[in-house]
Every structure is written in C-alpha cells, then in structure tokens.
Ligand binder design. Structure first.
Ligand code: GCW
Length: 694
C-alpha cells in the first residue's frame, strides 16, 4: 500500500473526526462565519419555524432581489432542514413576503408606504400581516438595500431562536456610510494583516469575494476601500481601475460600493504632470478627468480616502498648501458624481508640537469650515494610534462644521494580532459612549458622528478590516466577532457589547446555554485582560517595530515618537507622560469638565492615569496601594486572567466542534504563556528604570 500523502492523511483525519463527533458537531473550518445556517436542533422549535416560513415571495428581476431570494432559500432551507420554495404569491399561510411598495403590488396593498419612506432606502420593517388572504411575515422597505438587510435580519431571528410569528421590527441605520478599509497592497500582501493574503489583489479575483459580500451585507456594511491607505499611485491606472470595476460588480448586488485610496502624488507619478499642487489648474483638471474615468467604469463609485503628509506620504503641504486645499481639489472632482473624500487626520509631524498626540487636533481644528461639503475628516478613535486603551480623540466634538468619520481598527495591530484574543466591542463602546461635553453633558462621540449633535447630514464610520485568505477569514476563530461587532455598531452604536457577543455566538457556535455563557464571558473579559498584561493604567505604545510583543525598552532611532521610552518616560522619578498644564497641556484639547478632571491625577480614572500624568513610584492610588504595587499587580492579574480565558475555554470540550475548539485552544495557550512573559518583562524593565537617574 502506498504511503498516504499529507492531504490524504488530512482527509482520513477529517472523516474520523466527523464519525466521532456525530451529526451535531461536524468538523468546521470557520469559513461560513456567522452564516452557518445549521438546522435548528430542537424539533419542536424547528416545526414552529417551518410553519412560519413555508414559502419565499421576492419579486423577480433585479440582481439584489435575486441575491435576497437566494440567501433566504439557502438560510431557511439550512435552518429548517427542508426545502422552502420560492413562489410568486402566497398560496398558504406562512409565506415570507419581501418587497418595496414600488416593486411589489402585495406590499403596496398593505398601505405602509409613508412609514417606509420615513425609514429611508436602507431601513425596513419585519411585520406579520395578511397578504393575499393568508397570514404572512413581511419584510418591507422603501429600497432594495433595506430589503437585503431585512432579509438577513429575518434569518438572524431564526439563527438566534427568536419567534417569527407576531414579529414587529422597525430598523434603520444610524450612520449612512459603514465602510471597511482594507490595507491591501497591490502585490497581495496586507499591511497589519494577520489572516493571510489579500483576496482582491494581485490578479485573480477570488470567488470568496461573494461570500465576503454576503457577510458584509448581513451586518449592514455598505462600502469597502479595497486598497491600502499607503496608496500605490498605480491603483488609479486603467488596468487596476478595470480590476476595481470587476470587484465593484461582484459587490454591487449586495449594496456595497467600492472606494479607493488615492495617492496625492498621482498627477505627477502616473499623470506626467510637473506638480501635484492642489491649487494648480492642471492638477485640478487631472483629478476631474480621473474622476470621470472612474465613474465611467464604476457608476456607483464611493470616493477616495487619502493619507496625506503622514508617515512619508505626499500631500498638499509639500506645496505649502493646507489639508483643506488638498481635500477640496479631490472633492471638487468627485462632487459632480456624488462621490466623497475621506481625508485622514492621522498626521503627526514633529514640528507641530513636541507631544505627538496633540498634533492632529492642532492642524485640523483651525480648518473647520474650510472643507467642501463632500469631505469627511477621517479620525482614529484615539489621538495616538489604535492602542489597547486611549482616551477618545479630542477632534470629536471640536469640529462642528466638518463631518467626522470615525476610524476603528478591526485588525489587532496593537492587540496581539490574530494570536491573542481581544473582543473589541467593549473598547469601541467605551469610545462611542464617551462624553465629549461639546454641547454640555450627554454629547457622546456617537452623537458627534451620527450628526445629531451638530445637525450634520453626512455620517459614517470605517473599520480597518481583519480579513484575508485564511480559511476562517480572520486568523483567530474568535476574531471573526470583531468584524461582526464592527458592522453591528456601525448600524446601531447603542447596541451593547454583550448583546452583540450573544448574537454572534448563537449564530457561530450554537445556542446551548453553557456554550453561549462561557464564550460570552471569555469574550467580554478579553480586552481588559489584554490591557492588564500589556499596557495597564494608561500606559501606551510599549511595543517594538512589529507592534506585537511588549517592548518597553524600545528606543527607535528613526523617530522618538515611534519608540516606547518617549511615552512611558520611566526613570527614578516616576513613570507616565505629563499631559497636564504643567506638561504638554494636551488636556486642554478636551472640553470642560474633562480638561479639569484629567489635569489632576486625583480625578483621572486609573485606566488613563499614566496617559495624562507622570507620577512618582510611591504615588498613592485610589486603592491605597502605591503606583508601583498597582502596576505589578496589574501585570500579574493580567497573566492570571489570560490563564482563566484558557481554562474556561477547556470547559467547552465536546460541546462545540473539535476543529475550531482545538484551533482556539492552541491560541489561548500561547496567549496565556505570553501574558506571563510579557508581564515579567515589563516588571523587570520598570524595576531597573526605578534605579535609573532622571
Ligand atoms: O498604525 C499605523 C500603522 C501603519 C498604518 C498607519 C496608518 C497604513 O502602523 O501600518 O499605515 O498607522 O493608519 O496610516
């Protein structure tokens, strides 16, 4: 008998696993994400759903209508374990009737048109009604996008075991543009990507783009920037625009628009011009022609994101022009087509201010009111760079006239990559719920970005994607939850981190109460655990060049503000960055009362203490312990908590599929080992620093 090849051994192992696990616990790569549609296990519950979903009625014709019908068929057939036919009109009780008043006479006859108009094209209702004389569940919207989102919501009801009969749901998104940013390079590598290579580039358009679109549509994501913000100017040349058009065609039925990152030096680099000066008429003309060319290929093109005069990227300041001059020349080119510019505020040129976290505010806030109406300033959640914990960026609440697009990072650049578990919804909630006090108490970041605080019409949020060609998309099976949570919060920032976790677990792992409770508790604790064993008490940027393991000794020779020592400033006198009025005065970029609270260590929360203060090692904490003891305790506690995540996970053995169980266990083991090592390293380093002369 020939020796088995690796692949055949794998196949034998999979067959064996399936046999051992039985039907309910099939081996699973995680490819299906939260759209698994496995049969509802409880037969009585399944029977009730079958009665409530006997047929699918979706008017034929448009590409979106076809994907809605296909998804409902796939979902219902899977969940109910029986074929659910598509019919033209209900002929019995229990039809799922989907339509807009203009596209479906059945829906028009319900008389809901005015209410649906108020919900907009992406809003929808799911409601029981009598259709053609039979009781039915109706998914209705003014637009096809709303139908798509409503159909996925209906499936989610079954996936999370909520009743269909007597459904009465009204929903609409709080933010209009809900985007993913892919930091995908044209060579197929992904900057800060930890889940394999790009499925957009270099040449093959992967069929999984369709499943990517389904997953996005299921959580309401309606745009994707498909190339990195460190933009290769080539991305605006004809062959690559044709490729972008191909991708746009795959995403369009799912109501996802393509956007591109533009390089500000494109006029010179690919256009043969002698300047990129935004006030030069030839440059303006070049951008107009480029926009016209793009819209010919991609009629629903969303617009450009631009990283300018940041980390070596070209920009208007190369010509002594402002960020507004730069953004506006692109905005004028896109405006006739309805496109937007997302001008990134991730700028930190050293000459602006000695304290890196003050620089973006200093550059952008004076420009408020000078940007065109179709320009967003795209602002990271915190003023530094996607750290495990930062205060919210002070630009939120400081630019009443400029739409602000919040930028979150789904990929875990500074949070342990796809190796450590960090469920990010609690971190994003901290940001969205933070009170800016811009118009008095209750001026949350969520109200800044949803436009309600200042009466802005353009609204949006972007997440830097954590997807790649890995079988499970996100590298860590539990990191899929961050993609899911981003979409859900973009739709409704008021959802809680626990609610989102609950939904995701039921859809992705099963609904046995102990499975849901265990995974939820692990997820909800994970981000704070990570903070504890890496950067507790407001410490930040304690990393080396790869941004993975903690590296407090990092003294980057290229730039002080890429090092760690610039931020923690630990020596015999103490630790932390003094951002009070006695120091960099970054506190004054915040509104009262925050600026007063954070100017005083006694009224600064422990979580942000060393972000705002440089304090002696024997500083007395609110707990009564010294700062040194508290710091050591945090590191030790973080390591214990990481071990706790692993231990809790082991209680799931046999209750979830073996393949994903083992994959996660391997990662949690590595995480708890590294948590110990990282904490030890920091304690040793700071111990030595205490002995160092200031
Ligand atoms: O966090 C830093 C990353 C860079 C990234 C940059 C940015 C795309 O380390 O990789 O570049 O932020 O957001 O522009």
């Amino acid at each position: 008998m020939p020796v088995l090849s690796g692949r055949r051994i794998g196949a034998v192992a999979i067959v064996a696993t399936v046999l051992v696990l039985g039907a309910g616990l099939r081996a699973d790569t995680g490819y299906d994400l939260w759209l698994r549609y496995t049969p509802v296990p409880d037969t009585a519950v399944r029977a009730a759903y079958r009665q409530a979903a006997t047929a699918i009625v979706v008017p034929r014709g448009s590409p979106t209508a076809e994907v809605i019908a296909a998804e409902l068929k796939r979902g219902l057939t899977g969940l109910l374990g029986a074929d659910v036919p598509r019919v033209d009109r209900p002929a019995a009780a229990g039809a799922i009737v989907v339509g807009t008043p203009s596209g479906s006479p059945l829906v028009a006859a319900l008389g809901w048109t005015d209410a649906l108009t108020r919900l907009g094209d992406e809003g929808y209702v799911i409601r029981s009604a009598t259709v053609a004389g039979f009781p039915a569940t109706v998914v209705a919207s003014n637009g096809e996008a709303g139908l798509l989102y409503g159909a996925f919501h209906l499936l989610r009801l079954i996936q999370t075991r909520q009743p269909l009969a007597a459904a009465d749901i009204t929903a609409r998104p709080r933010l209009a543009r809900r985007l993913l940013n892919h930091w995908d390079n044209l060579d197929g590598s992904i900057e800060r990507g930890y889940a394999g290579r790009s499925f957009f580039w270099p040449d093959r358009v992967d069929a999984r783009v369709v499943d990517y679109a389904r997953a996005n549509a299921s959580i309401g994501i309606n745009g994707a920037v498909i190339n990195s913000v460190n933009a290769n100017p080539q991305s605006l040349t004809p062959p690559l625009l044709e490729k972008a058009a191909l991708i746009a065609g795959m995403l369009r039925p799912y109501r996802i628009r393509v956007y591109l990152a533009a390089n500000f030096a494109a006029p010179k680099q690919i256009g043969g011009l002698t300047t990129n000066d935004p006030l030069d008429p030839a440059v303006a003309q070049w951008w107009r022609a480029k926009a016209d060319e793009i819209y010919k290929l991609i009629p629903d093109f969303g617009g450009f994101v631009v990283k300018a005069n940041s980390e070596g990227q070209p920009g208007p300041q190369d010509y002594h022009r402002t960020h507004a001059d730069g953004a506006n020349v692109l905005a004028d080119a896109l405006a006739p087509h309805g496109g937007i510019v997302m001008w990134r505020a991730f700028v930190y040129n050293a000459e602006v201010d000695p304290d890196r976290v003050k620089r973006a505010y200093a550059e952008f806030v004076p420009l408020d009111g000078t940007f065109r109406a179709n320009v967003f300033a795209q602002v990271k959640n915190g003023p530094l760079d996607f750290q495990p914990r930062e205060p919210f960026h002070p630009m939120f609440g400081a630019m009443a006239k400029t739409p602000l697009m919040a930028e979150l990072q789904i990929t875990q650049e500074y949070l342990g990559w796809s190796t450590h578990l960090a469920y990010l919804a609690p971190m994003w909630k901290e940001f969205l719920d933070a009170d800016t006090y811009a118009r008095g108490p209750g001026s949350s970041v969520a109200k800044v970005i949803d436009g309600s605080l200042d009466g802005k019409r353009e609204t949006g949020i972007v997440g830097v994607a954590n997807t790649g060609r890995d079988a499970n998309w996100s590298g860590h099976d539990l990191a899929q939850a961050n993609w899911y949570a981003f979409g859900r919060l973009a739709w409704n920032p008021d959802l809680s981190a626990a609610t989102i976790a609950d939904e995701w677990i039921r859809m992705t792992w099963g609904d046995a109460p102990e499975v849901v409770a265990t995974i939820r508790s692990i997820m909800l604790d994970s981000r704070e655990t990570f903070v504890h064993y890496t950067m507790p008490l407001g410490l930040h940027h304690l990393i080396g060049g790869d941004h993975y393991a903690v590296m407090p000794e990092n003294a980057d020779a290229r730039r002080a503000d890429w090092s760690a020592i610039y931020y923690h400033r630990a020596d015999a006198a103490g630790i932390g960055y003094d951002r009070t009025r006695a120091g960099s005065a970054a506190v004054d970029q915040y509104r009262a009362p925050l600026r007063e609270w954070w100017n005083d260590p006694a009224t600064t929360p422990d979580e942000l203490l060393l972000w705002f203060h440089h304090l002696p090692w024997d500083y007395r904490m609110k707990s009564g312990r010294t700062l040194w003891d508290e710091l050591v305790l945090s590191y030790r506690r973080g390591a214990e908590e990481a071990k706790g995540l692993e231990t809790r996970w082991t209680t799931l053995h046999g209750k979830i599929d073996e393949e994903r169980y083992q994959a996660v266990l391997v990662k949690l083991r590595r995480q708890s080992d590294e948590a110990v090592a990282w904490g030890d390293k920091c304690i040793r380093y700071f111990q030595a620093a205490r002995a160092r002369r200031p």
